[in-house]
Design a binder for this molecule. Structure first.
Ligand code: HPA
Length: 264
């Protein structure tokens, strides 16, 4: 394990994506919330990028047990200002199908038992999530996917459930009626924790299955199979998006705390 190194950009996702980085070192990062899974730091083009395997390097941490606060805080600690995540999701929208790439623009939090904020004490902080995902990173993910000739869904509402079980058909029907397009177990509170630390955050999702009730039964293995198929194109899109991120941030994320606290 190497000594702590700095990175400006991070990718949070499943195993396999670390292959994106050149000349990687593994680092161990400690935070007041706990330890991060072994994180790789390496290069994409001239940029120093960290890769954090959300479920650990051997995929041993289930979605509801991921230490989201440690992960986001740890990335902040090593200097990260932008995070691009990846998530496997089920399709709720009847037009979406397995294999589709989706860059959601909004989300609904249906998690129940997760540590959801860095601001449990004073100063009382109400972060604005009118635009939950960074418009700059979203724009680049969509643009680069299109440049590769890949169809990408650029408007979608992601609902995050607690897991680790899949949903019931009635839950999926309810989510559909609420306007949700895709369902996953790891989108929250990651996105909001990033905003609380003024880190830009967006996610590139791939549809691994039709949600419950839309197919006979759901298996964890179909998620893995689609993940394997989509890995190469997701790597290409992420690499190009990271390469083209401008030095300066021109999005509201960087000033998220400015109007989030009550004036005393
Ligand atoms: N539900 C919740 N999480 C998921 C699904 C799903 O259908 N597919 C992949 N992650």
């Amino acid at each position: 394990m190497g000594k702590l190194r700095k990175a400006e950009i991070a990718i949070i996702g499943g195993t396999g994506l670390e292959a994106l980085l050149k000349s990687t070192k593994q680092i161990l990062v400690e935070t007041p919330y706990g330890l991060l899974p072994p994180t790789s730091v390496g290069k994409i083009d001239k940029k120093t990028v960290a890769f954090l395997p959300r479920h650990g390097i051997h995929h041993s941490v289930p979605p509801h047990q991921v230490n989201y606060r440690a992960n986001v805080y740890g990335l902040h600690k090593i200097g990260v200002k932008r995070i691009t995540a990846t998530n496997a999701v089920g399709a709720i929208n009847l037009d979406f199908k397995p294999g589709d790439l989706v860059v959601p623009h909004d989300l609904i939090d249906f998690t129940r038992c997760r540590q959801l904020t860095f601001y449990d004490e004073t100063p009382v902080t109400h972060i604005d999530v009118s635009q939950p995902y960074c418009p700059e990173i979203r724009g680049l993910l969509i643009e680069k996917a299109k440049e590769f000739g890949v169809q990408v869904r650029d408007q979608a509402v992601l609902v995050c459930t607690e897991g680790p079980r899949y949903e019931t058909p009635a839950e999926i029907e309810m989510f559909r009626q609420l306007g949700c397009d895709i369902v996953g177990m790891t989108g929250m509170p990651e996105a909001v924790l990033a905003r609380e630390l003024e880190i830009c955050y967006a996610t590139l999702c791939f549809v691994s299955n039709l949600a419950a009730g839309m197919q006979r039964r759901l298996t964890a293995n179909e998620v893995v199979e689609v993940a394997k198929q989509k890995l190469p194109i997701m790597q290409q899109i992420l690499r190009e998006a990271v390469k083209h991120l401008p030095e300066d941030r021109c999005c509201p994320c960087a000033h998220a705390l400015r109007d989030a606290r009550l004036r005393g």
